[in-house]
Design a protein around this ligand. Structure first.
Ligand SMILES: *Cc1c(COP(=O)(O)O)cnc(C)c1O
Length: 399
């Protein structure tokens, strides 16, 4: 049945024929990122049929972003990934409008190099070095995968350096890298601005307070806003980033509904009952601990977030005595008519995580039931499978 005909009372996932997944993996953009807060949904619905002057809307967003982050200014981007590209472009062009029109290939007369610690070249679908190149910049990776010394950043900075990028993410290397204050000190001593990718972070103030010139957040992760990005920072760089809408930013356009939805999500974030939500998540983890207790070869541990976000997850170690590999158990959970998607990116190391932050009422119980059912039933085909890093399915899309 076409989604556009309003003849069906079925929930939208059934109408579309997509699987009714339960998201126990956190804020994963590949699964739709987060449950949008009601305030954002309401604002988006209200603005949908109205006309507005977009510069004015972004000016209001700038004030809201400034209030929440402590920045001088801000704008709403299409996503954090888009915000990174625009911020790199901003550091290259400043407010020179003709330079903005010439990006990305004609960078004559502009500083183009962007320095980043090697272990910070994270991928979130694509990787940061490509984001730099999309703006017309040249990535300069300092140090090695697992170690970066001050001199390696210092001597990577030249007269042609436009910016430094610093990534805060579970997916970077968490040891051997310079801290943000160390990285900032080196860059600022050489008049190089620092852009922080903090897409999946809760703390909207910390990185700017630690000296970042621009900090970038996803609107659709913990904030529970629409698909969008928050770009916050020094006014001249924020202006230069916004002006990229006359250039490469046009293909990363953000709509009125996303701007007002994000403003509403930010305002809701200011008054969110963070402690109440945390207490609920702790209770969910306790329930999962009980469901997983006493199963041979299954070990659990409450694990704090690796970048200090105030969210705990349940780490599940899967030993062969359980009759599963971690990948086999992750895949079994993701199959069937009530699929549970978990954080399985380290399944090859024999573990996965259950994340309580994006569940609807009743789903935590379903996750516990599914775990109990699976672990007390005969082992299914594929229980001992090992991770397949295959793009075969992707290359057949859309079939
Ligand atoms: C999710 C993420 C991104 C991309 O964010 P989008 O808003 O989805 O574009 C970039 N960097 C990091 C570290 C992320 O976690």
């Amino acid at each position: 049945m076409p989604i556009t005909t309003n003849t069906s009372n079925l929930p939208i996932r059934e109408r579309l024929g997509v699987r009714p997944i339960i998201n126990a993996s956190g804020t994963m953009t590949a699964l739709g990122a987060s449950i949008m807060v009601p305030e954002a949904i309401k604002a988006m619905t209200e603005i949908a049929t109205e006309f507005v002057e977009m510069d004015d809307l972004q000016r209001i967003a700038s004030q809201t972003i400034a209030r929440l982050t402590g920045a001088e200014a801000g704008f709403v981007a299409s996503s954090a990934a888009g915000g990174i590209i625009l911020s790199v472009a901003a550091a290259m062009t400043g407010s020179a409008l003709l330079a903005i029109e010439r990006l990305p290939l004609d960078t004559k007369g502009l500083k183009t190099e962007v320095v980043m610690q090697y272990g910070h070249n994270a991928a979130y679908g694509n990787s940061i070095d490509q984001a730099i190149r999309m703006a017309g910049g040249t990535p300069v990776l300092a140090g090695s995968v697992s170690s970066c010394q001050p001199y390696q950043v210092e001597e990577s900075i030249t007269a042609n350096t436009a910016a430094g990028i610093y990534t805060v993410a579970h997916s970077t290397i968490s040891y051997g890298m310079l801290s943000l204050p160390e990285f900032v000190a080196i860059c600022h001593a050489r008049d190089v601005p620092v852009i922080v990718d903090a897409a999946a972070e809760y703390d909207l103030r910390r990185f700017l307070a630690e000296g970042a010139d621009v900090a970038i957040y996803s609107g659709h992760k913990f904030l529970g806003g629409p698909t969008s990005g928050v770009v916050a920072g020094r006014k001249d760089l924020i202006r230069a980033g916004y002006l990229q809408n006359r250039g490469i930013g046009r293909g990363m356009k953000v709509g009125k509904e996303s701007i007002v939805g994000l403003i509403a999500a930010l305002e809701a974030w200011e008054v969110r009952d963070h402690a109440g939500i945390k207490a609920h998540e702790t209770a969910v983890i306790d329930m999962w601990l009980k469901a997983l207790a006493g199963h041979k070869g299954i070990e659990t541990r409450v694990s704090p977030d690796s970048t200090d976000n105030p969210v705990d997850r349940l780490e599940v170690r899967v030993r062969p005595e359980s009759g599963f590999t971690a990948y086999g158990l992750v895949s079994t959970l993701a199959a069937g008519d009530r699929p549970v998607m978990v954080r399985g990116h380290q399944a090859e190391q024999g573990r996965f995580w259950l994340d309580p932050c994006n569940l609807h009422p009743g789903e935590a119980e379903t996750v516990a039931q599914r775990l109990t059912e699976i672990l007390t039933s005969p082992r299914p085909a594929g229980a001992m499978a090992t991770p397949a890093k295959s793009t075969a399915g992707l290359l057949k899309w859309p079939d």
